[in-house]
Design a protein around this ligand. Structure first.
Ligand code: ZN
Length: 203
């Protein structure tokens, strides 16, 4: 049995969301239909689409162009952390220790959901790097399969610039704080060993 046409269209709209299958799309649709707050949600979606700007420098969603981070003279413009999503900028900002700037790829390579290099903001990153003011690019993608593939793609693109001055680094990986080595996945221990660093000794 098919639902009324407007309902079917909403289900279809939800199915286009990443990671949402038929059952979840249906569940979300009926949640929307019975939730009194849904009109507010519809307006919020419209406003976000109409009013959310993208920063023309870092490609992040922003309230102004350039965004507050790119416009901040206190932030080191020579240091760029390349992240997958706007929420990753938020996460690093919450940590409060990074004084450089960002480049937001707006996704990660994921053949399963159809994300290929053309969906990412690589071209804008290369334009930025060609200006020659960047000293270091930090690959700050997720440590999962998509993030690894994306980091490799960014590295390849950066190397194509053939710039001697530009350093490429990646976020350290390894043991999470508060963890116990005996319960760690093998790959994490491998990463931790590879990423070890000297301890300052009292002389
Ligand atoms: Zn920006």
């Amino acid at each position: 049995m098919a639902y009324p046409e407007p309902v079917e269209r909403l289900i279809e709209a939800f199915r286009r969301f990443p990671g949402v299958g038929a059952v979840t799309a249906e569940r979300l649709t009926f949640h929307v239909l019975r939730d009194p707050e849904s009109r507010g949600l519809a307006r919020a979606i419209e406003r976000a689409i109409d009013e959310a700007l993208r920063c023309s420098i870092c490609c992040n969603v922003a309230e102004a162009d350039p965004c507050s981070i790119c416009a901040d003279p206190e932030r080191d413009a020579a240091l760029i952390a390349v992240v997958e999503e706007p929420r990753h900028v938020e996460a690093i900002e919450r940590a409060g220790t990074f004084a450089g700037r960002y480049h937001v790829l707006m996704g990660a390579l994921n053949p399963a959901d159809g994300t290929d290099p053309s969906h990412l903001t690589l071209r804008q990153l290369l334009e930025r790097l060609r200006e020659g003011t960047t000293r270091e690019v930090i690959l700050a993608t997720d440590p999962d399969a998509e993030g690894e593939a994306t980091a490799a793609l960014v590295l390849e693109a950066v190397e194509s610039l053939d710039s001697k001055e530009l350093i490429v680094t990646r976020l350290a990986r390894g043991l999470p704080a508060g963890g116990a080595i005996e319960y760690m996945h093998r790959g994490i221990i491998e990463d931790a060993l590879e990423g070890r660093r000297p301890v300052r000794r009292r002389t």
